[in-house]
Design a protein around this ligand. Structure first.
Ligand code: ATP
Ligand code: PRP
Ligand code: MG
Length: 290
């Protein structure tokens, strides 16, 4: 039996990743102070690895498969195969942004204004390359964290930081000058593992199920009963993958209509369906969608 070595990102993405695996069909139990969580699949061995180091360990074959942000894949320039983009962050199912931020009162208005200035960031290599490509010479120093504070205290002229909800930037009275990178979580694999038929089959299975779980988070199932004379009008309101499923109730004057819609659309859709004569309207959460 071939064992697949899987890296789970320790830190910001840890809880969200374990939750996604649970929804996808694998239960991972992590214990404090143990970097090898249990997983209910005998063919997989899990390790907790820092997101910053994940791509390096996947590239050198220590891990066959791992999850980390696009930011750290680009920063380390590691040679990994990107299997899938999985759009989830620490607290949301949206991408995060690496942004150039300055204090509100700073004279810096554009990235070009950084010429000759000092910048702090955790993403040093990426930031240096970004500035070099634009012909800007600036000093980029590594920050171990709490980076926003360095702009407030005047230790540096600007910082390059990740933002998800924007609350840290707001709390420090900072202003975004420019977006440098939109980053999302990526499922990455070792190129030789992808050449191994057994490992590749497991990787494809995991990729499919993780994507199925994430897609389902943005969709819901809607079901309702519709009087026959209102069927066309109500079906016309409903977007669906193909067409809604329609079946007769025992009383042939009524039909049951079932469909999948964007979760965001439901608050507008249900009142319109009701006004058009739909009854017994139900919304179901979905666990997976392929
Ligand atoms: N809100 C967020 N804040 C920070 N990183 C996030 C966020 N959402 C997603 N990420 C991703 O998480 C990864 C960083 O994870 P990691 O836990 O290694 O660093 P960290 O957040 O600085 O950890 P910590 O601050 O706990 O030491 C990056 O790939 C980043 O894109
Ligand atoms: O836009 P927001 O939702 O506020 O999230 C962004 C903040 O989250 C991360 O900090 P982290 O918790 O990793 O702390 P650190 O600065 O010590 O790394 C990141 O470095 C930002 O400071
Ligand atoms: Mg951090």
């Amino acid at each position: 039996m071939t064992i697949l070595n899987l890296g789970i990102p320790k830190g910001s993405l840890q809880d969200a990743t374990i939750e996604l695996f649970e929804q996808a069909g694998w239960r991972i139990s992590s214990y404090s102070r143990n970097y090898f969580p249990d997983i209910d699949d005998p063919d997989i061995r899990c390790s907790l690895v820092r997101a910053q180091e994940m791509a390096r360990y996947v590239a050198d074959g220590t891990l066959d498969l791992g999850l980390t942000g696009l930011d750290w894949i680009l920063e380390t320039e590691a040679e990994v195969e990107q299997i899938s983009t999985l759009t989830y962050s620490k607290t949301s199912n949206r991408p995060s942004r690496w942004v150039l931020v300055v204090p509100n009162a700073s004279p810096i208005q554009r990235v070009e204004d950084l010429q000759g200035r000092k910048i702090a960031t955790e993403l040093v290599g990426f930031t240096r390359r970004y500035l070099a490509e634009r012909g800007i010479e600036a000093e980029v120093e590594f920050s171990w964290g709490a980076t926003e504070a360095k702009a407030v205290e005047g230790l540096v002229d600007a910082v390059v930081e990740i933002t998800e909800t924007g609350s840290t930037i707001r709390a420090h009275g900072l202003r975004i000058v420019e977006d440098l990178l939109i980053t999302e979580t990526r499922l990455i694999a070792n190129p030789s593992a992808m050449q191994d038929a057994e490992k590749r089959a497991r990787i494809d299975q995991i990729a499919l199920m993780l994507r199925a779980a994430l897609t389902a988070r943005h969709k819901v199932a809607l079901k309702c009963n519709v009087p026959a004379h209102q069927l066309d009008e109500i079906v016309g309101m409903l977007p669906s993958l193909h067409a809604p499923t329609v079946s007769y109730l025992y009383d042939r004057e009524w039909l049951a209509v079932e469909t999948i819609v964007d979760a965001d659309a439901v608050r507008d859709l249900i009142p319109r369906m009701r006004a058009a004569g739909a009854e017994g309207i139900l919304e179901y959460a979905l666990r997976k969608m392929v």
